[in-house]
Design a binder for this molecule. Structure first.
Ligand code: ADP
Length: 545
């Protein structure tokens, strides 16, 4: 060890007896300590004011200031109270020893002095003091570290809170935007779809009929895209609630296949269903499974030019499997995972060869997962693809449970409107959009007597005109009172208490329907609507009441 590198400790020896001082100084110096001397209490205090020794050897019995008084003075002062003081005493008087400790001494040494004892005690107390200082230093560093950590945590928490506020604000804006978009897109679609449907029915055989059907198909496509985007936003907002019902999976597949038969026929390809396990009655969210089927079959037909599409249904021990196999263009291996991501398409950018949003499979996969299932794809480029949806076997009902399974009418065939009664029901229709009024008039006037109100106030006046069989109310009626206010008023009026009060609205986000039904409406139908279905819907509502 390099001795020079260790700083010497300074000891102040305070004693009025020169012999003692000399003796102790010699012992200390011989043992490597620096020694300072004070021969009375006053001098000791003055010395300590200027320099802080590492330890003080303090005689008790001194004229004027005693050792106890010196010690008490030093202990009162915060800058000197930590200096260890060892009392030097000729006495072995217990009271003195007790007092020595009471005033703040750390130890005592009795005269005559034993050099070894002096050194051992000094060494012990200096080390103790150093350890104490080290601990204090570490405590201080820990406190500083703690403070800086606390500050960092606080800063980070504030940042996170701000980010959270921002995200929530963005989410609110996004929600508002989607609600507005949905509303704004649906309203003109009433006219686009309605007018073109009317035209194409009227002009079936002429060229103009083709134009009209073109508008109708494009409008429908716009509507499907809108619904896809809304579906995705609902999934993201975790707002989809599953509604389980009993259905025949075979019927659902048959309906989907039927839906795409015209498109397949127009492309000269086949589409067929194969049922390998009898009639499977399952409990499932019907809307979700229908959307999944339609999305996959739609893609299969869209991406197949030669051959066709086969939808097969079969069971394994763990799963109910629906497989849609096509003989179409196939998917390159490196794209097989990408196609389930939002907006991803095999041919992207301005060169893309097929139309579409790139959302269909994203939604399909999420719907399948929401139902507890999995979706798999196998494909050979230029040979065809096969999409398999595996649903948990627990959805399958046993023989005994299937009695009341819902039998599906073919909802895609033309729906005959039975209601051409001798006395047509009277409807009050409250809507501020001219185009919607014109379309409703065209669709409904054959089956109902119609009375129109173009705003809320007008509705309240016209409500008193005659006896109605049902009231159809738009929610947003421009300025003045809105559709909810109208219904709130009507539902308490004589003659309206037992009437269908139907919300006919472009507010068609998740939860809107339930919201309107809880606020006084008895029925709800979203815009845009299909004319024929609207007639049926109103008739059913009137019959119910
Ligand atoms: P979209 O069909 O609207 O583009 P999807 O999410 O439904 O969006 O599909 C994403 C992409 O996956 C499609 O653009 C297409 O490149 C590819 N794809 C999906 N199904 C098939 C299929 N049956 N055959 C070939 N490619 C397919």
């Amino acid at each position: 060890m390099n001795i020079k590198s260790v700083p010497k400790n300074n000891i102040l020896v305070v004693d009025d007896n020169p012999k003692n001082v000399q003796y102790i100084s010699m012992i200390l110096t011989n043992n490597g300590y620096n020694v300072a001397i004070a021969n009375n209490g006053e001098k000791a205090l003055r010395y300590v004011e200027k320099r802080k020794p590492d330890l003080i050897l303090l005689d008790i019995m001194m004229p004027e200031l005693s050792g106890f008084e010196v010690c008490e003075t030093l202990k009162r002062n915060s800058s000197t109270q930590e200096i260890p003081i060892i009392f030097l005493t000729a006495k072995t008087d217990v009271d003195d020893i007790v007092k020595a400790f009471e005033v703040g001494g750390v130890d005592y040494i009795t005269k005559p002095f034993n050099p070894k004892e002096i050194i051992v005690r000094i060494k012990t107390h200096i080390e103790l003091k150093k350890s104490k200082e080290t601990i204090e230093q570490q405590k201080k560093s820990l406190e500083e570290l703690n403070e800086s950590l606390e500050k960092k945590v606080l800063d980070r928490t504030n940042e996170l809170l701000q980010a959270k506020d921002k995200a929530e604000e963005m989410n609110r804006l996004k929600s508002n935007f989607l609600t507005n978009m949905s509303h704004e897109l649906r309203t003109p679609l009433v006219a686009i779809l309605g007018a073109s449907q009317i035209l194409s029915m009227d002009l079936e055989s002429s060229k103009n009929g083709e134009w009209a059907s073109m508008i109708y198909k494009s409008g429908k496509r716009l509507m499907e895209t809108l619904n896809l985007i809304l579906d995705l936003s609902k999934i993201e907002a975790k707002k989809i609630e599953l509604k389980y019902v009993k259905v025949s999976l075979n019927s659902l597949i048959a309906e989907s296949v039927k839906l795409f038969e015209p498109l397949a026929a127009s492309k000269n390809i086949f589409i067929k269903a194969e049922y390998n396990s009898g009639n499977l009655i399952i409990i499932i969210d019907e809307r979700l499974i229908v959307e999944v089927l339609n999305n996959i079959i739609n893609n299969a037909v869209k991406f197949t030019e030669v051959g066709g599409v086969t939808v097969s249904l079969f069971l394994t021990n763990e799963s109910i499997i629906i497989r849609v196999t096509d003989t179409g263009i196939g998917i390159p291996e490196d794209k097989l995972n990408e196609i389930f991501e939002e907006f991803r398409q095999v041919s992207e950018g301005t060169n893309r060869t097929f139309e579409g949003t790139g959302l269909g499979l994203t939604i399909t996969k999420r719907f399948v997962e929401l139902m507890g299932g999995k979706i798999f794809v196998e494909s050979k480029y230029n040979q065809g693809s096969s999409f398999s949806v595996h649903l948990p076997i627990r959805y399958l009902l046993n023989e005994g449970e299937i009695n009341e399974a819902k039998v599906h009418p073919n909802q895609f065939g033309s729906i005959r409107v039975e209601n051409k009664q001798r006395t047509k029901p009277h409807l009050l229709i409250v809507d501020d959009d001219e185009n919607t009024i014109a379309i409703i008039n065209k669709f409904l006037s054959e089956y109902f007597f119609l009375n129109f109100a173009k705003n809320g106030e007008d509705a309240l006046v016209k409500a008193g005109d005659k006896k109605y069989n049902a009231v159809l109310v738009d929610i947003n009626l421009g300025r003045g009172i809105n559709g909810l206010d109208v219904v709130n008023y009507l539902k308490n009026q004589k003659g309206f208490k037992k009437l269908p009060l139907i919300a006919l609205t472009s507010y068609a986000m998740e939860g809107d329907k339930e919201g309107f039904l809880s606020k006084g409406f008895t029925h709800y139908i979203a815009k845009p609507f299909d004319g024929i279905e609207l007639v049926k819907f109103i008739n059913d509502a009137i019959k119910e009441y």
